[in-house]
Design a protein around this ligand. Structure first.
Ligand SMILES: Cc1cc2nc3c(=O)[nH]c(=O)nc-3n(C[C@H](O)[C@H](O)[C@H](O)COP(=O)(O)OP(=O)(O)OC[C@H]3O[C@@H](n4cnc5c(N)ncnc54)[C@H](O)[C@@H]3O)c2cc1C
Length: 391
């Protein structure tokens, strides 16, 4: 991959910069910098602005509404987005179920659902995990039993992010009992307004409410909402999990923002009369993180180059996810250190103290989940051991 931009790419970069300058309100910046997701209505507004520009689905093929960008353009878009402090697009419709629908879904499903994803008219949530079926997803127990032209869903989903605001959920459910647990699982698209769906909220330690338990009690789903073939949901689900890890590639490019926060806080705070950033121990920690973030960015570029040439990126999605979650956790922890003990009172501060203080703490607490969701770090280690090292 040629890392010098062409003049056309430089012109594209200007266009992207102008778009972000117009469409990223200042009040988003501190939250985005801390690696936090914005509120759903803000993400919807952002997605609608992108869609109006024709940039709603950067990674999709042109025939389904993608912009047809080269990997270099994709990189420019993501890095400029990070530079501008723009949020990361909400991924569950766009990067997870959307590509599954255009790859395996019927024409009817494509026509019905893809425009709603790009234009943010629909909000999708992911109904995979269950109590007792997280890393070991194949042990899921939710059933989908055929009854005429419907499937009838019964079971419980766990940790379903944003189920409370979602219009639709993609669900893995067992359509037959097979000796091999990965067989007999199907992927269904469910309208969240269907009778029989109950949602119970789970609040997490960052004092946010994004996750839920979802109870499915005789939920009737039209047979036409089956994606691909009955019983092959595991195959589609695996593709989707790989993609979820790839989403981290885009997110990894935003890491330097967290480090900008660390740098600013450590410049502002004095310890024994000296700016914290000038103390050798702190400066060394920050430099180490900066080096590792740069190395990760290079890894992401290689991944993009592999994708462009059609090469199998192997376990690199896992490697990026592992490194990103580690660096994000260490980065936000260092930010808290830079802000000092007051950062601990993040809720009580209410506008007092540096503007980034509550968000830095919320970011640090939220960062804990990045080594759990999308496949925990232990699972990523297993994948790397098996697929990269042949152990
Ligand atoms: C905030 C949050 C949001 C989430 N959002 C969603 C969502 O929207 N939709 C959805 O479907 N799911 C979601 N999840 C679920 C997430 O994907 C699971 O939590 C994750 O897959 C881990 O599964 P588990 O919680 O059952 O832990 P377990 O699988 O029980 O794992 C417990 C521990 O054991 C380790 N472990 C398990 N198996 C192995 C092994 N074979 N080798 C080594 N170590 C192992 C794990 O790494 C972990 O440390 C979310 C989770 C959280 C916390």
């Amino acid at each position: 991959m040629d890392l010098e931009f062409t003049s056309a790419e430089l012109a594209f970069r200007e266009e992207v910069r102008a778009f972000f300058a117009e469409n990223v309100p200042a009040e988003w910046l501190t939250r985005v910098r801390a690696g936090l997701r914005l509120e759903p209505q803000e993400l919807i507004a952002y997605q609608k602005a992108l869609a109006a520009k024709g940039w709603g689905a950067p990674t999709w093929p042109v025939e389904y509404g993608g912009p047809g960008w080269s990997p270099a353009q994709n990189y420019i878009f993501e890095s400029e987005s990070a530079r501008a402090g723009a949020p990361i697009q909400f991924h569950q419709g766009l990067e997870l179920i959307g590509p599954i629908i255009f790859t395996y879904g019927s024409q009817e499903l494509k026509d019905r659902y893809l425009p709603g994803i790009i234009n943010a008219d629909d909000w999708w949530c992911q109904g995979y995990s269950e109590p007792g079926a997280g890393s070991d997803l194949a042990s899921l127990r939710t059933t989908a039993v055929r009854d005429g032209d419907h499937y009838v869903l019964n079971g419980q989903k766990m940790w379903t992010s944003y189920a409370q605001v979602a219009s639709h959920m993609f669900v893995l459910a067992r359509t037959s009992q097979e000796p091999k647990r990965q067989q007999g699982i199907s992927l269904l698209l469910v309208d969240m307004n269907t009778p029989g769906i109950a949602i119970r909220k789970i609040e997490t330690m960052d004092e946010k409410y994004t996750t839920n338990e979802v109870f499915l009690d005789d939920v009737r789903v039209p047979v036409g909402n089956l994606v691909g073939e009955e019983g092959r949901g595991w195959e589609y689900g695996k593709v989707l999990l790989d993609r979820e890890r790839m989403v981290c590639s885009a997110t990894a490019i935003h890491l330097p923002q967290v480090l900008d926060g660390v740098r600013e806080a450590a410049s502002a705070r004095k310890v024994r009369g000296m700016p914290l950033i000038e103390t050798p121990a702190f400066a060394a920690q920050l430099a180490q993180l900066e080096i590792e973030a740069m190395a990760l960015e290079t890894m992401v570029l290689r991944l993009l180059a592999d994708l462009a040439s059609g090469a199998d990126s192997g376990p690199r999605g896992s490697m990026v996810k592992l490194r990103w979650s580690d660096l994000y956790q260490r980065g936000t922890a260092l930010w808290i250190e830079a802000l000092g003990p007051e950062a601990a009172h993040f809720r009580a501060l209410e506008g007092q103290g540096p503007v980034d203080m509550p968000y830095a703490m919320q970011g640090a607490l939220y960062s804990r989940v990045t080594s759990i969701y999308g496949g925990s770090s232990e699972i990523q280690h297993n994948i790397i051991a098996r697929r990269a090292l042949g152990l």
